[in-house]
Design a protein around this ligand. Structure first.
Ligand code: ADP
Ligand code: MG
Length: 140
């Protein structure tokens, strides 16, 4: 175990319902610290780059449409074992399978509109953080 950073996105379905603070409350209650945060509109190019690993999947077009449909809040979270910790706090991709108390169980609308993104490994966290933040924007 060690102090890690992970990358989070509060997705358009959540910002649309004014849930940024509610999601942040779950994050902070779980012991994760929000060390960088900004609200922005993703361009199609940014969304396609971010989700490039999924470009052959049937839902890729829908995913890019969704992620560019409204504001997102991109974040860097810091804490003990932050990558896996945040995956646990988010819950399963499909909210129907998400555990009680998780962000996706509380807030997600569907497997696509599932309120949050979190990195799946420390390596991907570093790549994803660098896509949206410069070093001096992260204050731990
Ligand atoms: P996670 O976000 O839990 O890491 P994935 O990396 O598998 O999940 O998928 C990335 C995102 O693509 C999901 O969070 C969701 O928004 C969307 N997605 C995944 N599977 C589907 C699906 N079957 N239909 C529509 N959208 C999907
Ligand atoms: Mg993923």
């Amino acid at each position: 175990m060690s102090i890690q950073r992970t990358f989070s996105i509060i997705k358009p379905d959540a910002t649309e319902r004014n849930l940024t603070g509610a999601v942040n409350a779950v994050i902070e209650s779980a012991g994760l610290r929000i060390v960088a945060q900004k609200r922005l509109l993703m361009s199609r190019r940014e969304a396609e780059t971010f989700y490039a690993v999924h470009k052959e999947r049937p839902f890729f077009g829908e995913l890019v449409d969704f992620m560019t449909s409204g504001p997102v809040v991109v974040q860097v979270l810091e804490g003990e074992n932050a990558v896996m910790r945040y995956r646990d706090v988010m819950g399963a991709t499909n909210p129907a399978n998400a555990a009680e108390g998780t962000i996706r169980k509380k807030f997600a609308r569907s497997i696509g509109e599932n309120s949050v993104h979190g990195s799946d490994s420390p390596e991907n966290a570093a790549i994803e953080i660098a896509q949206f933040f410069s070093g001096n924007e992260i204050v731990g």
